[in-house]
Design a protein around this ligand. Structure first.
Ligand code: NAD
Ligand code: 89Y
Length: 336
C-alpha cells in the first residue's frame, strides 16, 4: 500500500500499518518533501514521492490510504480509481455532499473498494458499549446521548481548524453523529443549535443536535471545544443509552456501567497505551489501528467495511442537515 499525506494525523496511520503483518508500506507521498522523506525513513517505505500522479504511474499498489485534508480527496481518489487501486479516505470525505457522492460513484464505477477513515465507532470503549447493546443487555434502545465536551487546544496540532468557517460539526461532530448512527440507526428529523464562543477561531465551536430516528428513538448529540473543566476529558466521548431493560453508560474515566434487568455492573474500558501511543490521544490512536485491521479483515472476507463510502454518506448528510438546521432555525427532514 501507499499513504498520501504524511502530516499530523497520518503518523497514527503509519504506526498502525507498520504493526499489521499482512500490510507492506511500499510508498509514501506528501507535497512537502521533508514530511515524505521522514515518513519513508521512519516506517521503512521503499520510495517517497511529492507528486501523487507520479506515484500512481510508478507503483503497483493494492490500496492507497489518503490522509490529506478534505479539499484534495476527490482528485486523489480519481487518480487511484483510474489505476484500479482500492481506497481509504480520511473524514470528512469532501467539502460538499456532491463531491462525497462523486467519490462514492467514482469508486463504484471503477470497481474499487472504498472505506472512509471514520474511526470513532472503533474506539475500544465505544466498541464495548456497542457490544453490550448488541448482546441485548438493555433490549431495544429508545434514547441515546452522545457527548463530547472539551476545552483542549486542538488548534496547535491542526492550525487549519481555526480558520475554517465551519468547524466543530464537520471536524468532530461528524464522528459523534456517526457513533450515534451506529447505535440508534438512521435519522428522520434533526434540529441543531450552534454557538461560536472562542473569538480567535472562525467557525462554530459548540453544537447541540436533537435527532428523531426512523424507528422512533430520540438522540441528543452535543459537541463542544469551549468547555473549561478539570480534569480535561479530551478526547473522551461519553454515552448514555436507555433501552427497555436498562441503561448503558460510558462514563468519563473510561468506565462502562450497565444496568440490566435491575442489576448493575461496572468495568474499566480504557485501552492500554501501545509502544507508539500517548495519553490523552491513546484512545483515538488505538481506534486507527482497530479501523485499519477492520479494512484488512473485511477485504479478506470479501465483506463491505462498516464505514464504506455509501454508509458514510448517511453520516455526512447528518452534518449537512445540522448546518442547515442551525442556519435556518428549523427542523430538517432527512431524505429517505
Ligand atoms: P495535516 O495538514 O497535518 O496533514 C496533511 C498532509 O497532507 C500535509 O503534510 C500536506 O502537505 C499533505 N498534502 C496535502 N495535499 C496533498 C496532495 N495533493 N498530495 C500529497 N500530499 C498532500 O492535516 P491532518 O491534521 O493530519 O489532517 C488530515 C486529515 O485527517 C483531515 O481530513 C482531518 O480531518 C483528519 N483527521 C482525522 C482524525 C481522526 O480521528 N479520524 C484526527 C485528526 C485529523
Ligand atoms: O480532527 C479531529 C478528529 O477527527 O478527531 C479529533 C480532532 O483531531 C480534533 O477535533
Amino acid at each position: 500500500m501507499a499513504l498520501i499525506g504524511c502530516g499530523f494525523f497520518a503518523q497514527n496511520h503509519l504506526h498502525s500499518w507498520a504493526s499489521i503483518p499482512e500490510v507492506e508500506i511500499v510508498a509514501v507521498c506528501d507535497r512537502d518533501a521533508a514530511k515524505a522523506e521522514a515518513a519513508q525513513k521512519n516506517f521503512g517505505a521503499a520510495r517517497a514521492y511529492t507528486d501523487a500522479a507520479e506515484m500512481f504511474a510508478a507503483e503497483k499498489l493494492d490500496f492507497v490510504d489518503i490522509a490529506t485534508t478534505m479539499q484534495t480527496h476527490l482528485a486523489l481518489v480519481e487518480m487511484a480509481a483510474a489505476q484500479g487501486v482500492h481506497v481509504i479516505v480520511q473524514k470528512p470525505l469532501a467539502p460538499s455532499f456532491e463531491d462525497c457522492q462523486k467519490i462514492v460513484d467514482t469508486c463504484a464505477q471503477a470497481g474499487v473498494r472504498l472505506m472512509v477513515h471514520e474511526n470513532f465507532r472503533f474506539q475500544s470503549p465505544i466498541l464495548a458499549a456497542r457490544r453490550a447493546l448488541a448482546d441485548g443487555r438493555i433490549g431495544k434502545p429508545h434514547y441515546c446521548q452522545a457527548s463530547f465536551r472539551s476545552g483542549y487546544d486542538v488548534f496547535s496540532g491542526q492550525p487549519y481548524l481555526a480558520t475554517e468557517k465551519r468547524f466543530i460539526l464537520i471536524d468532530l461532530g461528524i464522528h459523534i453523529l456517526d457513533v450515534c448512527r451506529a447505535i440508534m440507526g438512521e435519522a428522520e428529523t434533526l434540529y441543531c443549535l450552534t454557538q461560536h464562543i472562542n473569538p480567535k477561531i472562525a467557525g462554530e465551536d459548540v453544537a447541540t443536535t436533537m435527532i428523531r430516528h426512523r424507528d422512533g428513538g430520540v438522540s441528543v448529540v452535543d459537541c463542544s471545544y469551549a468547555s473549561r473543566r478539570l480534569p480535561e476529558p479530551f478526547p473522551q466521548t461519553v454515552l448514555r443509552i436507555e433501552g427497555e431493560h436498562g441503561t448503558i453508560e460510558l462514563l468519563e474515566g473510561y468506565r462502562l456501567r450497565v444496568t440490566s434487568h435491575g442489576q448493575v455492573t461496572e468495568e474499566g474500558v480504557e485501552p492500554e497505551t501501545l509502544s507508539w501511543t500517548q495519553k490523552p490521544w491513546h484512545v483515538l490512536q488505538e481506534s486507527v489501528l482497530n479501523l485499519q485491521r477492520h479494512w484488512v479483515d473485511t477485504w479478506r472476507k470479501e465483506e463491505m467495511p462498516e464505514t464504506s463510502g455509501t454508509d458514510n454518506l448517511q453520516t455526512y448528510a447528518l452534518v449537512m442537515a445540522a448546518y442547515r438546521s442551525a442556519e435556518s432555525g428549523s427542523v430538517v427532514t432527512l431524505a429517505a
